[in-house]
Design a protein around this ligand. Structure first.
Ligand code: TYM
Length: 336
């Protein structure tokens, strides 16, 4: 069985539609056909200043959402990154392997540090992709299901894995990104040329999965209006409608041409209402289930602990091998 690994940050009270369509939905399918590891990457989320109480709440809520979406702790290994200290240990090795120049070329780092300014850019933001590379290689993942925005980080991971293998001998599996053809980049409803993101300048372009359906319906109906009247897929001239078509077809499993035919002769208003209904119907049960799971934090913590035990074994095995390949002297002579 091929192994997959992916991660998501617990940075908000709810995952958004981009997280679901770009990543989580694939995870739910992959747990049936692969040896799957999924992490809530809480250490990554420390690159933004956090409130400790919120951090705990959001971490539990993130697990509850993944379970509500259908991840099953008996089919996949679902764990919290900070429970497995080997992530930080391997991250250091990755930092020593990566060039300053290649880390400086990461587009997400460039964008985020430009927005934040030098004074508010921490070193963690710079080394973020190296911790991500450690997450992936610690589990010897063959595949990494992510949204389009993560392609460059996976490419860096591959380069680092190849570099390590050629310097110190075959150690790491070199992972491939698994990026969907449709849904890999869901855009902001108000700025449909930019990706939907928790850090967007305005919340009106973001669909939070746990929000009340009326709030999301209002946002969808106020999606920026493109020129023309026809509901057709044209990312250059109709980015707003094209984004909604991607969302609509992803959630209904209809093709773009079927959706275009369905709304032929109808205006943008009818189409937006239909998208709002589909989003509400799809996510309402998830919201209910998440709330049920959050009401029982003891059970959630047991699931998280169960995942940590499974993840730790694999992580420790890889780290030992890496230390050995590097020639780091073991504590006991028997291990040499
Ligand atoms: P995060 O939490 O920012 O995003 C989680 C996943 O959601 C995808 N995504 C999107 N997909 C489509 N459209 C969007 N608008 C959109 N916004 C986000 C992201 O591509 C991602 O797959 N760096 C990772 C977290 C991570 C990780 C890892 C991933 C840490 N270690 C190891 C894979 C393997 C991230 O982007 O998290």
């Amino acid at each position: 069985m091929k192994r997959v690994l992916s991660g998501i940050q617990p940075t908000a009270d709810s995952f958004h539609l981009g997280n679901y369509l770009g990543a989580i939905r694939q995870w739910v399918d992959l747990q049936n056909s692969h040896d799957a590891f999924f992490a809530i990457v809480d250490l990554h989320s420390l690159t933004v200043e956090t409130d400790p109480k919120l951090m705990q709440e959001r971490t539990l809520k993130s697990f509850a959402q993944l379970l509500a979406f259908g991840l099953d702790p008996n089919k996949c290994t679902l764990f919290l990154q900070s429970h497995i200290h080997q992530h930080n240990q391997l991250a250091w090795i990755m930092e020593c392997l990566a060039g300053f120049g290649e880390a400086s070329r990461m587009v997400q780092f460039k964008d985020k540090s430009l927005k934040a300014g030098d004074a508010r850019t921490n070193v963690g933001l710079f080394t973020y992709p190296l911790l991500q590379a450690a997450d992936i290689m610690l589990y010897q993942a063959d595949l990494v299901p992510v949204g389009e925005d993560q392609r460059q980080h996976i490419e860096l991971t591959r380069n680092l894995g190849q570099r390590f293998n050629s310097r110190y001998g075959e150690t790491f599996v070199i992972p491939e990104p698994l990026i969907l053809k449709s849904g890999a980049k869901i855009n902001d409803l108000q700025e449909p040329k930019a990706k939907m993101s928790k850090s967007a300048s305005s919340p009106s372009g973001l669909i939070d999965i746990l929000d009340q359906p009326e709030i999301n319906a209002k946002k969808i109906k106020s999606t920026v209006t493109d020129t023309g009247r026809e509901v057709t897929f044209d990312e250059i001239n109709k980015p707003g409608i094209s984004n909604l078509l991607t969302i609509y077809t992803s959630l209904t499993a209809k093709s773009i041409s079927d959706a275009e035919a369905e709304f032929d002769g109808k205006g943008y208003g009818d189409f937006k209402s239909a998208v709002a209904t589909v989003v509400a119907d799809y996510f309402s049960p998830i919201r209910v289930k998440t709330n049920e799971l959050i009401a029982n934090p003891g059970e959630l913590c047991e699931i998280i602990e169960f995942g940590a035990k499974k993840a730790e074994q694999v992580a420790e095995q890889t780290l030992r091998k890496v230390y050995k390949q590097l020639g780091l002297l073991p504590r006991s002579l028997d291990e040499i």
